[in-house]
Design a protein around this ligand. Structure first.
Ligand code: ATP
Ligand code: MG
Length: 450
């Protein structure tokens, strides 16, 4: 069976750490053993040197008898060397528990009496007098025993740590797997059509959590775009029907009723105008979609909002007068903002046009600009018939037109475009209006962001 936990990044990282740990444990063990061995041997040699010094001392002060006495005492005392030999020439043993041997000086390793396995003697040989040789040394077995014990203890510790590391690695990778499974499951659910599905976030703020949050945010954005797209498709399907049907009727009527070339000419003229209207409607819809998609943000540049509004008032002043209205500017500037000049021009034109089109003759229209804190505040208001508060939100929907406005030109897209452009600029839009109490729309455009 293929165990999935072994094939994860978490387990791979754990395995690398185990390998590094094993290598360092091996190096540590070797160094420890060398140090312990050296320490034991140094101690044996130190003891032997001390023994030999006392033997030499005894010999110098009281002769050979005292030297033998020192050896006897040392052999009986605890904490001294294990083996001694005092010999004359090469074959006369005077004292000690070792057999006679050829005298050699310095640090020596001798075979253990009876050649017992694992044992050996380490010691020091020296001449007390030209013909008098002394050797003192101890069994190396203890050093070897200690070495073996250390090795065994370290092996246990190492095995324990290895097991813990493997288990830890598996636990970590299983946690990792569970979370990648969450991601995979969510992606599959989305592919299967459940667009509302999101990856559960633990709130631990670790890398995976941040990844999940980012994916979720991306999914939110995609869902919003899809919804927008769906909405537009719906709008096109429903609301383009009417003008296209009108066009069709008009053409049919021309075919059945037109008698002269002039009649046909007129009918074609009307059909072309109707198609232009439909194209304009398409254009407006696509424009809203493009703005809602955020694609226009790249065209942002700084400009003076006061100047823009003043120019618009100049353009719309005569239009307002023609409709029997008055357009009053109340612009305080300059107010420099960062934004898409063309889009903002369209946004304010729509608002001023609404105030002119949807109000009776004699209405006063006001276009105001002021600064409040970090916002540029633009107000377009009129003292016309107004709109009851419960309808305010609906006005921003695509194609929404009030009953009273149906006879006037337009498609009900103006305020939807205003809403999209305002959102693109991080601006807040608010309608203040009541039935028969005027209509006022206030835009707060942040100076810093927009
Ligand atoms: N200043 C206003 N006073 C009264 N009603 C208004 C005012 N502005 C807008 N409305 C109402 O809100 C509706 C939606 O406005 P919107 O600008 O979205 O569409 P429209 O003006 O009808 O058509 P379009 O702007 O696409 O040419 C209008 O049909 C009108 O009923
Ligand atoms: Mg309008």
């Amino acid at each position: 069976m293929r165990i999935r936990a072994f094939h994860t990044e978490g387990f791979r990282i754990a395995a690398i750490f185990v390998a590094i740990f094993a290598l360092s444990a091996a190096v540590f063990t070797i160094i420890t053993l060398v140090i312990v061995n050296q320490e034991f041997q140094d101690q044996i040699v130190q003891f032997a040197n001390a023994d030999i010094a006392s033997v030499k001392d005894g010999y110098r002060t009281e002769g050979e008898g005292e030297a033998r006495e020192v050896i006897r005492q040392r052999m009986a005392a605890p904490g001294a060397s294990d083996f001694f030999l005092l010999e004359r020439g090469t074959n006369t043993k005077l004292e000690g528990n070792l057999a006679v041997m050829a005298p050699r000086t310095g640090i020596l390793t001798l075979p253990y009496p009876g050649n017992a396995a694992g044992h050996a003697i380490l010691g020091v040989g020296s001449f007390v007098a030209p013909d008098l040789y002394v050797f003192s040394g101890s069994d190396l077995y203890h050093a070897r025993l200690a070495r073996r014990r250390i090795l065994r203890t370290l092996a246990w510790v190492f095995a324990g740590a290895l097991i813990l590391a493997v288990l830890g690695g598996m636990a970590v990778s299983r946690g990792f797997l569970r979370r990648t499974d969450d991601i995979v499951r969510t992606c599959r659910a989305i592919m299967a059509g459940n667009l509302a599905s999101r990856i559960p976030v633990r709130g631990t703020q670790d890398e995976l959590d941040r990844l999940c949050e980012t994916i979720n945010a991306m999914l939110d954005r995609i869902a919003a775009l899809m919804e927008n797209l769906g909405q537009i498709t719906n709008d096109i399907a429903h609301d383009l029907r009417t003008p296209v049907t009108h066009l069709r009727h008009r053409l049919e009527r021309a075919r059945s009723q037109a008698a002269t070339v002039q009649d046909y000419d007129q009918a074609l003229e009307a059909a072309i105008a109707a198609s232009d209207d439909i194209l304009a409607l398409f254009g407006a819809l696509l424009r809203i979609a493009q703005i809602e998609g955020g694609a226009r943000r790249a065209a942002f540049a700084p400009f003076d909002l006061a100047l823009l509004l003043a120019q618009l008032c100049e353009v719309f002043g005569p239009v307002a007068e023609d409709a029997g209205h008055r357009l009053n500017p109340a612009i305080r500037g300059p107010v420099s903002i960062l934004g898409d000049r063309e889009l903002l021009t369209q946004m304010f034109s729509n608002l001023i046009e609404n105030a002119i089109i949807h109000t009776p003759a004699g209405t006063q229209v006001l276009v105001g600009l002021d600064r409040e804190g970090d916002d540029a505040v633009v107000t377009v208001s009129d003292d016309g018939p107004g709109v009851p508060p419960e309808e305010h939100q609906k006005l921003f929907q695509r194609f929404y037109r009030r009953e009273a406005s149906r006879t006037r030109p337009g498609y009900g897209l103006g305020l939807a475009l205003v809403s999209a452009i305002a959102e693109l600029h991080g601006a807040r839009v608010k309608i203040h209006s009541r039935a028969a109490a005027g209509f006022s729309i206030v835009l707060r455009i942040p100076l810093s962001q927009s």
